[in-house]
Design a binder for this molecule. Sequence first.
Ligand code: 0O2
Length: 212
Amino acid sequence: MEIQLWRSILCPYELAVKELIVKFEHIISEHRENDLYSPIEQVSGRVKSVASILEKMQRKHIPMERMEEEVEDIAGIRIICQFEEDIETVASLIQNRSDITIKSEKNYLKHVKQSGYRSLHLIIYYTVETLNGPRKLQAEIQIRTMAMDFWATIEHSLQYKYKGDMPPHVAERLTNAADAIILLDQEMSSVRNEIMDAQNSSQMQSNLVKDI
Ligand code: 0O2
């Protein structure tokens, strides 16, 4: 397919990613303005590369005419939280929005992937306005803690390096690291209230300074 055609297919997804990032970043600032702890720490997003779309279509035998329906993560948003408890809070925030409809959920917190991967994935519908009118698109929102993200980033790089043929000693180290991440998240949750109090009071102080 021509580059120009790919550009026109992916253009509305670029808009969706940009808009969603702005909206989630606004949730962070609204919390901070109101001296509230934000369940969202950080947001990022990307449009899937053409090579990655083609690889997925080939692997899952998806015909071109079904691409936009079946490749659900052309637009991808990643939301990072401090604590595991925040993940459900963020999912509820998303569920209650009028501009987002949840199509499905993949809960890799309850059903940890064999690799050790943990995260909550929501497939959503989101409408963007284009020159040709409104377009209802799908996007994947991945919600995970900072610790889960650390693990997933390293594991993703290693998967890329070894191209699906990871040496057993490396895979074993990653499994051990995944267990350590579960413990770390549990430990951090147990001190969550203290950390949240500290953050609220430092946020209030910086807002006070801004007001002076
Ligand atoms: P990209 O474009 O590099 O971000 P698939 O896993 O793609 O065969 P499915 O069911 O659509 O099929 O995907 P899933 O499992 O819901 O989510 C896919 C995305 O989740 C991946 O994107 C990763 O970002 C993340 N993910 C899923 N499993 C793992 C894992 O074991 N390790 C890591 N590090 N990340 C994982 P892609 O495919 O990498 O696409």
